[in-house]
Write a protein that binds this ligand. Structure first.
Ligand code: ADP
Ligand code: MG
Length: 385
């Protein structure tokens, strides 16, 4: 256990010496880290010696014990003040407690009373502080949903954007959408924002060490959704290594409930890192036979690296019976079934893509089949966590 660090404040040197002597008897648990002969001095020493407890005489010159107590408890709330006074000052004692002192002790005191007062006050207050800070600093640990596909053009980015929007609107969660298709990321196009800062800017400016630094590089789509855009030039991808992404994720994940990632189609180090850390991988495929074949291969790779069916979910996008295969047949082709079918609605989707207004931006989307399916998929996702 760490020793309790005590600062003694009393204007009479002899009293300080007596207290020091007493406290030395319990040097296993208590350490005197400093002394002061007036309230102002105490205030100067605190930042230097960082005491846990200040033993404070109530009557001191310059700044008296009461005023000093008030100042300390406001500016250094974790420092516990124990007031020392003689019996005659009992009115003052009440005041001292009112000014933020945690305990008081009447002079003259013996070894037992002093040690016991210090240790019990310390323990009681520490416990409370731990409880308080424990809840105040409760950090989030975002769930990560990665959209992946073994073939381009299947609708991965369209689904990622809309999923992020639906989650941010419906579940009142703080969501980050990360465009990790570092070469051909087009989330910015899908939300019609071309001049916003990107991951590359944050990396080039050396601002990825903390969330505070990263924040100015995020685009605020709505109150609950931020977007981290991919670089605008494909060659930039090589500057953004797995280590870079790891660094970004470390802090960012504490700030959001959900991180939705749109990944590139290569199984490179960065993608693998994202897939590894993700709680859910949504493997997107269309009904086209080539896409289905590649998806099957991709799912096999995932299985071989140990991702189970709880983590990897198949999403069939652009579902349309006109393409000659029905839902049942698709389900049967994949042993773990299909997590969601998103209908093919060419006109609506293309108009939305061309305008740069995501389908789910507007509440009208509930009326569309594609919107309903997305909404249902998000509900299943929330349930699946
Ligand atoms: N459900 C859908 N219905 C109709 N067209 C879609 C649908 N989803 C995506 N698309 C079309 O597919 C194109 C490619 O989508 P995109 O998300 O860019 O694919 P990826 O990110 O997998 O390369 C889009 O421009 C859109 O026109
Ligand atoms: Mg894409």
């Amino acid at each position: 256990m760490n020793k309790i660090k005590v600062l003694i404040a009393d204007d009479i040197e002899e009293t300080r010496n007596v207290i020091k002597k007493i406290l030395k008897l319990d040097k296993e648990n208590i350490e005197v880290v400093g002394e002061a002969d007036n309230g102002e001095e105490v205030f100067k020493i605190i930042p230097k010696v960082k005491p846990d407890v200040v033993l404070m005489d109530i009557n001191m010159p310059v700044l008296n014990g009461l005023e000093a107590t008030e100042k300390i408890t406001t500016e250094y709330p974790s420092v516990m003040v124990i007031i020392m006074s003689v019996q005659a000052e009992s009115e003052y004692l009440k005041k001292a407690m009112f000014h933020g002192a945690k305990e008081y002790i009447i002079k003259p005191f013996n070894y037992n009373t002093l040690i016991e007062t210090i240790t019990t006050t310390y323990e009681k207050c520490r416990e409370r502080q731990v409880k308080l800070t424990g809840s105040a600093e409760k950090v989030k640990d975002a769930k990560t949903i990665a959209f992946f596909s073994s073939k381009g053009g299947v609708g991965k980015s369209v689904l990622a954007v809309n999923t992020a929007i639906v989650l941010s609107k419906e579940s009142d969660k703080k969501v980050l959408l990360m465009d990790m298709d570092l070469q051909f990321g087009d989330i910015s196009m899908l939300v019609n924002k071309y001049n916003e800062k990107t991951i590359l800017d944050a990396v080039e400016d050396g601002q990825i060490d903390s969330y505070e630094n990263i924040k100015p590089y995020l685009y605020k789509y709505n109150n609950n959704l931020d977007i981290f855009f991919a670089p605008q030039k494909p060659e930039a991808a090589e500057y953004i290594t797995k280590e870079t992404i790891e660094k970004i994720m470390k802090d960012v994940r504490k700030e959001y409930d959900v991180i939705v990632v749109d990944t590139g189609i290569n199984f490179n180090d960065s993608t693998l890192y994202i897939l590894d850390m993700a709680q859910k991988i949504l493997m997107v495929s269309t009904m086209e036979i080539m896409a289905l074949k590649n998806t099957k291969l991709g799912l096999k790779v995932m299985e071989s690296v140990g991702y189970d069916k709880d983590k990897v979910k198949l999403v069939i996008n652009r579902f349309n019976v006109k393409y000659g295969i029905n839902k049942k047949e698709v389900e049967e082709a994949f042993k773990d079934g299909v997590f969601a079918f998103i209908p093919d609605e060419e006109k609506t989707v293309i108009v939305s893509v061309n305008k740069g207004i995501p389908l789910c931006h507007d509440d009208k989307y509930y009326k569309l089949k594609v919107g309903k399916a997305l909404d249902e998929m998000c509900k299943s996702l929330i349930k699946a966590f």
